[in-house]
Design a protein. Sequence first.
Length: 476
Amino acid sequence: MTLHNTIEILNTAVFFYAITISIAYVVLALLSARAIHVYMRKNKFVDHNLILTSPHAPSVSLIAPAYNEEKSIVENIRSLLSIHYTSFEVIIVNDGSKDNTLQTIIDAYQLVPVQYFVNNKLNTKTVRAVYKSTNRAFKKLIVVDKENGGKADALNAGINVSQYDLITCIDVDCVVEQDAILKLVKPFLEERNHVIATGGVVRIANSCVVRHGRLVEIHAPKNIIPRYQVIEYLRAFLLGRMAWSKLNGLLLISGALGIFDKSVVIACGGYRTDTVGEDMELVVRMRKYMTDHKLKYRVVYIPDPLCWTEAPDDYKVLARQRNRWMRGTMETLWFHKYLFLNPKYGLLGLVSYPFWLFFEWLAPIVEFLGLLYFIFLVFIGYSNWHFFLILFFTVYFFAITISILALVYEEFSYRQYAKHADIIKFISTLLVEPLIYHPRSVWWGLKGNLDKFKGYGSWGEMTRTGFTEKPSESKE
C-alpha cells in the first residue's frame, strides 16, 4: 500500500468519525428538544405540593459526604434542611476531613454524640461517632464521623445509617432548590415501570448570591472559567441527558444530585470504592441488575434546574476534576465491557455503551491523534490547507451552533439567566470556547487516559472558595 493510499484511508476514517459524532449530537439535540417540550407541557399546571399530602409520597434520606468543606458546610447544610418536603432526613458524612469541617458543624448545629443504630449491610471504613442536634429545629439532621475512605465509602456509610426506602445522594457543596425532592420523587409515583433512579439539571452557582442556604440572586459567573462550564453543563444536561432519558439509555446520574431506590442499590452491593467514577458505575450496575433479573425499569432525568454547585474557578483544580471524570469513565467502561454490543442488554448494550466508548472516552484521543496526523502531513508536504480551513471553520461553527442551541433551550424553558448582560457574556464565552477551553479539555481527557494507564487512582483535592453570602436586610 502506497503512502498516498494510506493517507486517503486515514482521511476517510477521520471524516467518517467527525460526521458520525456530529449526526449523533444533532439527533440527541432533537430528542432533547422533544423531551423538554413534552415535560414542560405535562407539568405546566402541576402543583408539586400535592405530593406533600399524598399518602403514597415516599420518605427520603439525603446523604451528603463532606471532606474539607469548612468554608461552605454551614450554608450547605442549611440549604438541605430547608428543602420543602414532608418526610426526610439529612445525613452528613464527615469522611475524615483534615480541616475544621466537623467542629464547624458541631458548633453551628449544637451537635452531641448519640447511640445510633447502624445497619452495616455495606462494608465501610470505621464509623467513629454519630451526632444529633440538641436543638429541635435541626431534628432531621444526622452527622456521621468516620475514617477517610473516599466519597463512595462515605455514601455507603450514609446508606447504612439511613432509615428510608429512597436515598438522595448529593454533593455537600451544592445549594438545592426547595422543591427539588418533590420533583425528583414524582417519577417514582407516576411511571408505570419500576423507577430505580432519577436526576435533575445541575447549574453553576459561582457569582450567585446565597442567603440562609437559598439561592436569592442568579448571575453569570464573573470568571470566564466557570462561564465555560455553564455552557458545558447546559450542553450536557439539556442536549444530552434529557435525550438519553427519553430513550431510557441514560448511563449517568450526576453525583451532585440524584435519588435512588435503596433496595436496588443494596442488592447491587452499594457504591464501588475502587473507582473514582462511582456515580456512573452504580447506575450502569443497577441497570444490569434489573436486566439480569428480567425486571422492567426506568432511569429518569428531568430538565428542572434543581441544584446549584460551585464549579472550579481555576484551571489547576478544573484539570484535576476532568482528569478524574475521564478515569472514572474508563473504569466504568472496563468494569462493564461485556455490555459492548451485547443484545441481551438492549439499548444499554447496543447504543448507550458504544456511544460512551467511542464519543466520550475515545474523542480526546482521536482529536489529539488527528492534530499529530495533520502536523505529520504538513511535515511531509501532503497538507491541503484549503481543505483544512474549510474543515476547521465547519467544526467551529458546528460547535458554537450546538452551544447556542443549548442556550436557546435554557432561555425558552426555565430562563434562569434573565439579564441581557448575562446572555451577552455567555454568547461571547461560547464564541471563544472551542478555541481556548476545548483544547484544554482534550488535553485533560488525554492526561486522564495516561494517568489511568499509569495506575494513578487519586481523587484529587477540590478546593472551594465558598458561596457569596448576602446579608439579611436590617431595618433602621
